[in-house]
Design a protein around this ligand. Sequence first.
Ligand SMILES: Cc1cc2nc3c(=O)[nH]c(=O)nc-3n(C[C@H](O)[C@H](O)[C@H](O)COP(=O)(O)O)c2cc1C
Length: 197
Amino acid sequence: MNVYDAIVTRRSTRSYSSETVDQQLLDKIIDAGRMAPSGGNSQTCHFIVITNKDLLQKLAKMVKNCFAAMEVTDGMYKSIASAITRAKTGNYVFHYGAPCLIVMANDKNYGNNMADCSCALENMMIMANELDLGTCWINQLRWLNEDAGLLKLFRELGMKDNERIYGSLAVGYPATEDGLPVRKPLPRTGNEVTYIK
Ligand SMILES: Cc1cc2nc3c(=O)[nH]c(=O)nc-3n(C[C@H](O)[C@H](O)[C@H](O)COP(=O)(O)O)c2cc1C
């Protein structure tokens, strides 16, 4: 697959098989993330790669409980409102049961923290597509990045005191019939372009 094809056929995967991802493939994806540019060449992204099943389940439960304790309010970002509504039903797994979650942390006092994590996340999504793996950007841990329980857990997992989470990525084999990611691009109806010649 050339770069353009890998970019335009990347889609979000929200249903995963339980098949684990080979460490070599994960290393390649993480390498693609680490090679992303960073503001002022800061290289302060911290990739916390979770493949431990018990921990993934524990995280899913903690995140569900956090959202279930919140209330939907007027004008709330629709994805947060949807997380709250779904968590209250009790049946909510924020990482869609993917066998790997790459959590992106960065220095909370660095102005390009989310931008740098975003560059790394996009690189990893494109790399994973080339490797026939599905991915989905998972934002819940960013929304909850000041939650005391989650902060404590992530500090125990190696996140530093000055770091917060700015995004995460579910990675795994899609639960499709052929095991391949769905690659039909969504039409672009937004993302305006203005040429000035
Ligand atoms: C900043 C950002 C946050 C996102 N957060 C989530 C999320 O928390 N959960 C989710 O299922 N998808 C999330 N997505 C994926 C988008 O919903 C998805 O990219 C969009 O609907 C277009 O679909 P596609 O990725 O299949 O092209 C996020 C994407 C971005 C760029």
